[in-house]
Write a protein that binds this ligand. Structure first.
Ligand code: HEC
Length: 163
């Protein structure tokens, strides 16, 4: 029994060192194991969400130095068919935010992940949630192929390049 109390105090001390904001637990009757699992679960549940790249399959996008005009043209077709109903090319909001400047505000990975993994991104991403609060509409996933997603991104880049 004495040994348990000793362990609890020791654990309490170690815990106090690694977690300054919490005072050490003095109640030696509290199960020691619970203390441990609490400490573990705090670090595990802080699973990192990358707000720069977002969540999805696009983890590393290499941009070409010059625009691929064929891809820009294909992207315009995708835009006209599947995006233009809700997005303008200026900075003016329609149903969703205007696209002007989007490629300067957000990383290529973020944009492409948002387009292909819309639901998870709206659920997890602080910026997407802020947009949702402004637009009051949840963007429906448009089910683009990876190719179409790259094309529409190239089209956005073209829209943002100064003429
Ligand atoms: C039914 C309307 C609708 C359609 C169609 C639509 N979007 Fe959206 N989109 C939204 C709304 C609303 C938001 C912002 C709210 C949110 O996060 O859901 C948004 C947000 C975005 C954003 C983030 C914008 C920013 O400034 O943060 C991107 C990128 C985007 N959409 C791309 C697309 C692409 C690409 C298409 C076509 C393949 C498309 N959207 C089609 C409604 C739509």
């Amino acid at each position: 029994m004495k040994k348990y109390v000793y362990t609890a105090v020791l654990l309490g001390l170690t815990w106090a060192c690694s977690n300054n904001s919490q005072p050490p637990k003095e109640d030696s009757s509290a199960p020691v194991v619970e203390d441990n699992s609490l400490a573990n679960s705090t670090s595990a549940s802080a699973a990192a969400y990358d707000s720069i790249k977002g969540a999805g399959k696009f983890t590393n996008v290499e941009l070409s130095a010059t625009l691929d005009q064929k891809s820009v043209a294909a992207g315009k077709t995708v835009y006209d068919l599947k995006c233009a109903a809700c997005h303008k090319l200026t900075d003016e909001k329609l149903v969703g935010p205007g696209w002007k400047g989007i490629t300067k505000r957000k990383s290529p990975e973020w944009i492409m992940n948002f387009v292909t993994n819309t639901d998870e991104m709206i659920d997890k991403d602080p910026h997407a949630q802020a947009m949702l609060a402004v637009c009051m509409v949840r963007m429906p996933n448009q089910h683009l192929t990876d190719e179409e997603t790259k094309d529409v991104f190239e089209f956005m880049r073209n829209n943002d390049s100064s003429k």
